[in-house]
Design a binder for this molecule. Sequence first.
Ligand code: CAA
Length: 258
Amino acid sequence: MDFITYEVEGQVGIITINRPKALNALNSKVLEELDATLEAVDQDAIRCLILTGAGEKSFVAGADIGEMSTLTKAEGEAFGKKGNDIFRKLETFPLPVIAAINGFALGGGCELSMSCDIRICSDNAVFGQPEVGLGITPGFGGTQRLARLVSPGMAKQLIYTARNIKADEAYRIGLVNAVYTQEELLPAAKKMAAGIAKNAPIAVRNCKKAINEGLQVDMDQAIVIEEKLFGDCFETHDQKEGMGAFLEKRKEKTFTNN
Ligand code: CAA
């Protein structure tokens, strides 16, 4: 891999977009490597992923403008599909993913963070969808996920004006859950990931599925999705272990992902 590093710390996998000379901009190679990294994650051993950017300045400063500059309409559409397919894979990845946003999250960078389950950022983070200033629309899910995550009105304002916002405003509009100093960000992400990893993996994965899939349908269908995923947890080792520990007043629990 030239542009992605993947490290494992206990039950947590840390994916770092590593192209700092271009502020971690997403060219085709970075996207392909991200795809390959996700494919290679050991889903039996890993219980939570963290996604971050290399260097102190940028999470991801967008899709690669140089690469996009000469695309035809058909190639532009194909590039959008390439990004969308990988970001959708991330969004629907069975494991929870925390975006630790350590600087610029512009265009495709903001869109990448929105494909993660949870977003936390450092106080130097900058968010925005600058695409209309480049003569294009957001192309890796920004028009869809920003409108769902904040509100249609706020998403339209940010996208139409191409205005960047700082971490405190991103927090205020609900784009990120918390803001840390640069030094605190990764430790905070790791602490949160460890807190997730200690819980029953099948249950956590089913929660992700229930929330994601339930948000796409009406409430009558959504609660049926929940019922099925709730039922799916029963008879597992981890359900017996979790409830057994409570009933036996036992603090230690061993979840085995079975
Ligand atoms: N694509 C390609 N290269 C990029 C890049 C991008 N998105 N963002 C930064 N870089 C490169 C710069 O070209 C520069 O390279 P050189 O040193 O070879 O000139 C290097 O990274 C450092 O960047 P700057 O010198 O510009 O750094 P700065 O601190 O002065 O500015 C910045 C930082 C404000 C983030 C500025 O780099 C910038 O505006 N970048 C572009 C942001 C952007 O418009 N992103 C959206 C892209 S479109 C998109 O993402 C479409 C989509 O939805 C899929």
